[in-house]
Write a protein that binds this ligand. Structure first.
Ligand code: ADP
Length: 272
């Protein structure tokens, strides 16, 4: 249904009002479309695990109960699929909350050098079979206006992906640098890479280049969507360069908190 009103000219008050009205209608419609798309995507994502659990339960109900091997297999399958659904639900909540960071975490600040080094140390410990390197250009730490756990989550998503899609060459390179107003964090792998056609879609929610393979690795296609929404909620940017077969480089930039800004934010918080 088209609820727009005809606008002949924006030159008078009525025309301007009609134009604004149409803008609002369009925006609302886009929002509704996105929401129903999201509900559709979620239902689709839940279908597979539910179908697998249902299949196993039907099998057990009919003849599998007395077969210990079948029983064990079905229990394991049901557990794996409920785990997957749990992750999916958690990530969907993360995605929704990521859209509200600006309102809820306005005064948050995080020392970026310290955090990047922590994530780097953790990943080296968790993945001893990988070769990690970090090129940290910062002489001293700077604050970014981001809630600590969110910045950590963003970095974990990118590093997890680098690990997941590294293939044989288990090498991951992190970098940290700054200019006057922003810091840049890079996460680079030398693995399977992403084709040019897929490149612009990897930040879309539920998008996976190879659905079956990503599923096997426990992926829902929400990681990069969450990361992007978080970064942009904090007025940063995230970009990717990649070549099929030779790896990918994800780059995040985030604004820097000037020392003055921080005091101002704190004063505002305490009502001074
Ligand atoms: P997933 O849970 O599937 O990893 P993401 O949203 O994190 O979901 O990533 C979306 C898709 O982008 C992945 O399924 C994968 O195909 C591709 N991708 C993400 N990171 C990389 C990477 N470092 N190298 C190659 N492909 C990647």
């Amino acid at each position: 249904k088209n609820r727009r009103v005809p606008v002949t000219s924006r030159n008078d008050e009525l025309g301007e009002l009609a134009w604004m009205f149409n803008e609002m209608i369009d925006r609302t419609q886009r929002y509704i479309d996105q929401q129903s798309q999201f509900v559709g995507d979620v239902s689709h994502e839940l279908r597979t695990p539910v179908a697998i659990i249902q299949g196993h339960m039907q099998l057990l109900e009919r003849w599998g109960k007395d077969d210990p091997k079948q029983l064990e297999e079905s229990i394991q399958a049901a557990l794996a699929e409920t785990n997957r659904m749990n992750t999916l639900i958690k990530e969907m909540l993360d995605l929704t909350r990521a859209g509200q960071v600006e309102v809820n975490f306005r005064n948050a600040t995080t020392p970026v050098k310290k955090l990047v080094n922590q994530v780097y140390d953790n990943f080296r410990m968790i993945h001893p079979d990988f070769h990690f390197s970090l090129d940290d250009d910062l002489d001293e730490d700077v604050l970014v206006p981001v809630y600590r756990d969110h910045l950590e989550q963003i970095l974990i998503i990118l590093c997890d992906n680098a690990v997941k899609y590294s293939n044989e060459r288990k090498e991951i390179h992190l970098s940290l640098s700054r200019n006057l107003r922003a810091v840049e964090i890079g996460v680079q792998d030398f693995g399977e890479g992403i084709s040019q056609e897929d490149l612009h879609r990897v930040f879309d929610r539920f998008y996976r280049v190879d659905k079956a393979r990503s599923r096997k690795k426990g992926g829902n296609g929400l990681g990069l969507a969450i990361a992007k929404r978080l970064v942009e909620g904090y007025h940063g940017t995230v970009t990717v360069e990649s070549q099929l077969g030779s790896g990918s480089l994800f780059r995040i930039t985030l604004p820097i908190v000037e020392p003055g800004d921080e005091k101002e934010a704190k004063n505002k918080e305490s009502g001074k």
